[in-house]
Design a protein around this ligand. Sequence first.
Ligand code: 13P
Length: 256
Amino acid sequence: MRKTIIAGNWKMFKTTSEAIELANGLQRELYKLEETVDILLCPPFTALSEVSEVITGSNIKLGAQNVYWKDEGAFTGEISPLMLKDLGCAFVIIGHSERRQFFGETNESVNNKAKAALGHGLTPIICVGETLQEREAGSTFKVLEDHVQNGLKGIEESAAAAMVIAYEPVWAIGTGKTATSQQAQEAHEYIRGLLAKMYGQEAAAQVRIQYGGSVKPENISELMAQPDVDGALVGGASLKVETFAQIVKKAAEVKK
Ligand code: 13P
């Protein structure tokens, strides 16, 4: 059984005081939830330390939105896996489409980052997904194959089961256009098939695959009902206590 994982990617939103307020509000709403769901907050770097303090000892975990692959050194502006561990992070998002699109992230850098994260006991959430143009050209599966095979190159089977993959169709991010639950299932099933080819059925069956792209309280239940959808990576709707808490609670209700 794969444990449901619902993550809030706060992107470049929330000052430190706003982040503390949001984390406190979520903790109040979600503390009663049994540990059937991994609940994860990914604030900006500047708020990691404070959010970490707020959620320490609770059922909410901490993740970062990016990482560099070296432990330390002259890399101005970068943050190392050691630094994230030190702040209490357990997860890190890698290769988000916004990073690929605006900051030159490639499969190669995703691969370096994923290996570094795993090497330090951080769970990487590796983002994959096609643009609208790619979907319309019929190359969705080709893009997924490229992202998965090259992003995970050289990662051992023993480490693979610990990873999380996030399928985020770029055309569904921040647009209000959610992939239908069938489109999500089809992509997730395909990704699991790719993992099975790389690592065998058993390991592939353990990898959690999240869906991301305009997830909201209204569509989470249907998405979660799909056999290969193991959770969600939530952007806009994770910025308010009410909507994110509802998404977590509804996801927890869906039993598979
Ligand atoms: P939205 O939920 O705002 O569409 O963002 C999705 C996303 O990019 C999460 O990483």
